[in-house]
Design a binder for this molecule. Structure first.
Ligand SMILES: C[S@@+](CC[C@H](N)C(=O)[O-])C[C@H]1O[C@@H](n2cnc3c(N)ncnc32)[C@H](O)[C@@H]1O
Length: 257
């Protein structure tokens, strides 16, 4: 059985995302699409005023919640991201912290929103327990995460070049749904597909969102011109384009406690 547990270096993750903060919003197109979809999953429900944006990044969605008249707490592990969010004044409160150990009281928010952040956590059930703890009875938890099958084209291309693992381990759909089992919930699986005319912008898009940090350690070797050419040659093409697929799981958890 695939355990919902990773081994992550949180300081390194915070560093990678902090460095990505300035350019993040210009390249985080996937995050914007998944976040909009996640917000729509709540739109039919009038839940309450207090929103926690957990793993807020630059606070793109903190700002979207504020536009809807909510009171927003923006929380992130990376001080670089949080400083950026603070400068943009996207929220009412800013909190540097860890999703797996939230520095918030029980039942203190109405909506806990977390777009593409929990894939960076050690333990998904622990993250969901924390979301459930801080959300009040009758409140709603909305999260999205990357699942197994994401970045498969890139993994396949690297596999032809060396035996080192270049892509993070993403949990299978089944493991993610199992983590939701203790709660009344709904899970939705969607595939997103991007195509790039060249490989370098594809790789830069991953770097730009801070997603090149690996759970199990540092990436091996510099990307030399020779390596890039070899990787491009090994990459499965789609009508002359370099495709990149993402399997995204959206979770809605109802706080019935
Ligand atoms: C891919 S970004 C998504 C940012 C934002 N939610 C969005 O939709 O644009 C993931 C964010 O999660 C943060 N993060 C990763 N692990 C975290 C953790 N354990 N606790 C809090 N934030 C975390 C990262 O620092 C980063 O800002």
């Amino acid at each position: 059985m695939d355990l919902a547990v990773n081994s992550v270096d949180k300081q390194a993750i915070a560093g990678a995302f902090g460095r990505a903060a300035a350019k993040y919003d210009t390249v985080a197109k996937l995050q914007q699409q998944t976040g909009e979809y996640l917000m729509k999953l709540a739109s039919a429900e009038d839940i309450g005023q207090q929103v926690l944006d957990a793993g807020c990044g630059t606070g793109f969605f903190s700002a979207r919640w504020k536009q809807q008249g909510k009171q927003v707490i923006a929380l992130d592990l990376a001080s670089g991201m949080l400083n950026h969010a603070r400068q943009l004044q996207v929220a009412d409160h800013y909190l540097q912290g860890d999703i797996e150990q939230l520095g918030l009281a029980d039942n203190s928010v109405d909506i806990c929103f977390s777009n593409l952040a929990v894939q960076w956590c050690n333990d998904l059930p622990c993250a969901l327990r924390e979301f459930y703890r801080v959300t009040r009875p009758g409140g709603l938890i909305l999260f999205s995460t990357l699942a197994q099958g994401s970045l498969n084209e890139l993994a396949a291309a690297w596999a032809q070049l060396d035996s080192y693992r270049h892509i993070n381990h993403f949990l299978p759909w089944r493991t993610i749904t199992q983590a939701c089992q203790p709660y009344r919930h709904k899970v939705i699986n969607r595939q997103y597909y991007q195509r790039y005319p060249q490989l370098l912008p594809l790789l830069n898009s991953l770097k730009g969102i801070g997603a090149t940090h690996l759970h199990h350690g540092r990436q091996q070797g510099l990307m030399t011109k020779k390596r890039l050419t070899a990787l491009a040659k090994a990459y499965p093409q789609d009508h002359g384009f370099y495709p990149l697929s993402y399997q995204i799981v959206f979770g809605v958890i109802y706080c019935d406690k």
